[in-house]
Ligand binder design. Structure first.
Ligand code: CP
Ligand code: NVA
Length: 308
């Protein structure tokens, strides 16, 4: 089974076996990188990186990852492309396919990424939309797998907004047989169609997906606690209202006390201390959180090596 040419638009676009293949190559490339063993799997290849939103981790890890694989990456700010002046996505995709070997895109609407993929003859990787953040969640689950040995049967609780991270965690959990519980304030639940699709997929792997409003019920007995900012990129104007709505959903030592002893804490970053996570809890789990950030590099190298 080859993943060559495959788009990675969300995590249901990968089979459980493909997720496992990504994790195995990630472990191999991480070890090689640390040992200083060259691994030029994409020599002479180029990745275009279209950004319509800000980024620290995604930009740097894709760019450096491509370099470490023997290829190169181009940073393409959406506002500086003709796309920003209205050139259709379907033309952009067809043009870029003539120059590049792969495209990574970070934007707002998932349908724009799908349209780009439909018109591109090269693989398209989703580097975050309002609906999904697949590379992040693969890095998150890889981090858990490294520490816990396997993912199957673990309970992962996400406290926060039913937005991109929650959606990708549900899908990633479904693909790896985890029990995912998403706790959001009323009115901030993930879209029902995404929940239903993930629940159906979870049946294949013996996992489960539950969405509820009680953060303590979610955190109880969890092996992994995950959170994300309350105001994602694009929601800045709603920040005050969101601070109020999300008040009881912080990850802090009280929430930690009801999880399993030695539970892991993950945060995709950037973090807002004192909002979705207390400074104390963040610093107590900083090793895990920054390992998670590092694993973006290794996971994305594996994805690129497999699909490009
Ligand atoms: N976690 C993440 O995607 O970070 P950036 O927004 O910095 O890329
Ligand atoms: N949910 C956040 C994730 C940032 C990496 C956002 O969309 O801004």
């Amino acid at each position: 089974m080859s993943m060559k040419g495959k788009d990675v638009l969300d995590l249901l676009s990968l089979s459980p076996a493909e997720v496992e293949e990504i994790f195995c190559l990630t472990a191999d490339l991480k070890q090689k990188q640390k040992a200083g063993i060259a691994h030029p799997l994409l020599q002479g290849k180029t990745l275009g990186m279209i950004f319509q939103k800000s980024s620290t981790r995604t930009r740097v890890s894709f760019e450096v990852g491509m370099y470490q694989l023997g290829g190169m990456a181009l940073f393409l700010s959406a506002n500086d492309l003709q796309m920003g002046r209205g050139e259709p996505i379907k033309d952009t995709g067809r043009v870029l396919s003539r120059y590049l070997d792969g495209i990574m895109i970070r934007t707002y609407a998932q349908k724009d990424v799908e349209e780009l993929a439909a018109w591109s003859s090269i693989p398209v990787i989703n580097g975050l939309t309002d609906s999904h953040h697949p590379c992040q969640v693969l890095a998150d689950l890889f981090t858990v797998r490294e520490k816990m040995g396997s993912l199957k049967g673990l309970k992962l609780a996400f406290l926060g907004d039913g937005f991109n991270m929650a959606n990708s965690l549900m899908e990633g959990g479904a693909r790896t047989g985890m029990h995912i519980v998403i706790a959001t304030p009323p009115g901030y639940e993930p879209k029902p169609e995404i929940v239903t699709r993930a629940q159906q997929a979870a049946q294949e792997t013996g996992g489960s997906i539950v969405v509820l409003n009680d953060p303590r019920e979610a955190a109880a007995g969890a092996d992994v606690l995950v959170t994300d900012v309350w105001s994602s990129m694009g929601h800045e104007a709603e920040h005050r209202a969101r601070l109020k709505a999300f008040g009881g959903y912080s990850l802090n030592s009280a929430m930690m006390a009801i999880a399993k002893p030695k539970a892991m804490v993950l945060h995709c970053l950037p973090a807002h201390r004192g909002e979705e996570i207390s400074d104390e809890l963040f610093e107590a789990h900083a090793d895990e959180i920054f390992e998670e950030a590092e694993n973006r590099l290794h996971v994305q190298k594996a994805i690129m090596a497999l699909v490009m």
